[in-house]
Design a protein around this ligand. Structure first.
Ligand SMILES: NC(=O)c1ccc[n+]([C@@H]2O[C@H](COP(=O)([O-])OP(=O)(O)OC[C@H]3O[C@@H](n4cnc5c(N)ncnc54)[C@H](OP(=O)(O)O)[C@@H]3O)[C@@H](O)[C@H]2O)c1
Length: 339
């Protein structure tokens, strides 16, 4: 019997915010399985802010998402047919299956596909706290900020997939941890669920003076480490409270992903404060993945590492959920549940 596969293609490049017209839902039969291949039924798709950057043409750290091809992205699912000795039917895998229901893959060529154990860690967590976002948090915090007990670490997009993990790891290092998030519900979760010492609702502080004052109150000893997910006004306010020899892990600048200008108001503070400001891409730090995944997996399995998920239902929901992610409509890791 022929299995049909629904997949989302990018059919035009957004200018500014993406719109549903940029995507097209395509349905096609799954091709016949060849020797060495596996067929994976995707259970969850990951929606990530970086996908917006890939929709643009132009120079970046990764190739642009091709037009009229399935949207690329992380997935978790189950092997439903296999002609590869490496995978058996029933294996749960995390891979880059893209925005589609099924992924037909050459098992040997799938460097990013790996089996996962769902005994103590839910399958979906392998796209979040025990996946790429969790490792991103670990790499930026542990290898760039290198927090020491007693220091103050600030995290933007603090209720999100990356930010919530950063804060919990920094707390475990003995730091004072302050988050920034949009709205009272997210801020409450950041302190009450994720254990940050304080959280600032940046929407209540729309100008530099007000946000700097809020940071001053929340960080009485200044800021030693900043995990940057947003850019713009938040970065400027943090720079004004930064201590000498502070470190910034430049992870993301979502405030500018739809093309908004995000100038830096006072770059001279990098010099004045002898700061380290380092950008990083998690896939270029593969040497840290095994240790990070082990620690994050133990954290989730033991219940110590907390996370939130926002789950959109059905493949049809993907574009709207993605557009919402870029506006902060998600609360924690944005997923699409396929079955
Ligand atoms: N460098 C790497 O290798 C790497 C890897 C993964 C992720 N990242 C980056 O890490 C950041 C977080 O990713 P994530 O997957 O954890 O996403 P996320 O935090 O779960 O979701 C994105 C969040 O960003 C916040 N946001 C959106 N627009 C904003 C704006 N204009 N101003 C302030 N906040 C805004 C929203 O939270 P609020 O409602 O709280 O504003 C939204 O919920 C992103 O910048 C992403 O690109 C980088």
């Amino acid at each position: 019997m022929t299995t049909m596969n629904k997949q989302w293609h990018l059919v035009s490049r957004p200018s500014g915010e993406p719109t549903p017209d940029n995507f097209k839902l395509v349905e096609a039969p799954v091709p016949e399985l060849q020797d060495g291949q596996v067929l994976v039924r995707n259970h969850f798709m990951s929606l990530d802010p970086y996908m917006r950057g890939r929709m643009n043409e132009g120079k970046s750290y990764a190739q642009p998402q091709p037009l009229n091809a399935v949207m690329q992205g992380g997935t978790v699912g189950e092997v439903v047919a296999s002609k590869s000795a490496a995978y058996q039917v029933g294996d749960k895998v995390v891979s880059g299956g893209g925005w589609q229901q099924y992924q037909l893959a050459d098992a040997q060529a799938q460097a990013m596909m790996r089996k996962v154990d769902t005994t103590h860690v839910p399958l979906s967590a392998y796209l979040g706290a025990v996946g790429m976002p969790g490792v991103t948090a670990w790499v930026g915090l542990m290898t760039i900020i290198e927090p020491k007990a007693g220091e103050t670490v600030v995290v933007s997009a603090a209720s999100g997939a990356v930010g919530a993990v950063v804060g919990q790891l920094a707390k475990a290092q003995g730091c004072r941890v302050v988050g920034l998030a949009g709205g009272p519900d997210k801020c409450k979760a950041v302190t009450d669920e994720f254990g940050f010492d304080a959280c600032i609702d940046y929407r209540q502080h729309p100008d530099l003076k007000s946000l700097s004052a809020a940071l001053k109150e929340a960080c009485p000893k200044g800021i030693d480490g900043y995990f940057e997910n947003v850019g713009g006004l938040i970065l400027d306010a943090v720079m004004h409270r930064a201590n000498a020899f502070s470190r910034i892990a430049m992870c993301g600048m979502i405030a500018g992903y739809n093309g908004q200008p995000i100038p830096m108001a006072a770059p001279q503070l990098i010099l004045v404060n002898r700061m380290k400001v380092q950008g990083f891409i998690v896939s270029e730090h593969m040497q840290h993945w095994p240790q990070a995944l082990k620690e994050l997996g133990m954290g989730v399995a033991s219940g110590k590492l907390k996370y939130r998920e926002t789950v959109a239902m059905g493949i049809e929901a993907a574009p709207q959920a993605f557009i919402g992610l870029l506006k902060g409509k998600n609360f924690g890791k944005q997923l699409v549940k396929l079955i």
